[in-house]
Design a protein around this ligand. Sequence first.
Ligand SMILES: NC(=O)c1ccc[n+]([C@@H]2O[C@H](COP(=O)([O-])OP(=O)(O)OC[C@H]3O[C@@H](n4cnc5c(N)ncnc54)[C@H](OP(=O)(O)O)[C@@H]3O)[C@@H](O)[C@H]2O)c1
Length: 214
Amino acid sequence: MKVGVLGSGDVAKSLASGFTRHGHQVMLGSRDPEKLNDFVIKHKGSQSGSVAEAAKFGELLVLAVKGAVAAEVLAAAGTANLVGKPVIDTTNPLADAPPDNGVLKFFTNLDQSLMERLQAAMPEAHFVKAFNSVGNAAMVNPQFPGGKPTMFICGNNDNAKATVRGILDQFGWETADMGKAAAARAIEPLCMLWCIPGFVSNDWYHAFKLLRRE
Ligand SMILES: NC(=O)c1ccc[n+]([C@@H]2O[C@H](COP(=O)([O-])OP(=O)(O)OC[C@H]3O[C@@H](n4cnc5c(N)ncnc54)[C@H](OP(=O)(O)O)[C@@H]3O)[C@@H](O)[C@H]2O)c1
């Protein structure tokens, strides 16, 4: 697939690297595409451009920017470049305040998630929450003695979720579909839980697994 990754940080690079390793073509989008020159040289199948160029390039998009500016970045991407496309939303609504005993602060509350805000602001795109509750080091082909970890996803469009499920299969995850966009109210705070061992014990490599009856 052609994948447009909106972002230039650790998440954008980890996922872009994974997409190229799995045979996809990637364009990363940034306000300053040249800062990605080294990355592009090292990752065959990748290129960089403006946010709007990356959004136009992708049949599948990944939103991997600071949560507080996510709506702004989508506006810069341009509605026409987002219409009808699945958008993997990796963002978390992190507030500027420092963590309290290792517990991050969010600028949202439990009655409305960041993804619902983004979906309302850009109804033409099909947002799917994914990759927000695991560190970037374990996003692609995670290795754990307990087997495949679980990626919790949600979104309003079933076709978009099927596309994301296919990517998660390729990237070595088990998918747990939690339903519509409202479920992001539960999935986004998993990031807070995931980060606690990091802040408290400097343990940044772990992932969630949902155990089920067969
Ligand atoms: N780090 C992780 O392991 C991890 C794991 C799961 C989820 N997440 C979430 O994934 C998202 C990306 O995280 P990250 O750590 O890779 O990067 P980050 O530092 O949260 O964000 C960097 C990105 O945000 C953009 N950005 C920052 N300020 C901006 C502004 N004022 N206007 C426009 N764009 C701006 C940058 O764009 P430019 O390229 O234009 O500078 C860059 O692409 C975040 O929402 C984070 O909460 C992170």
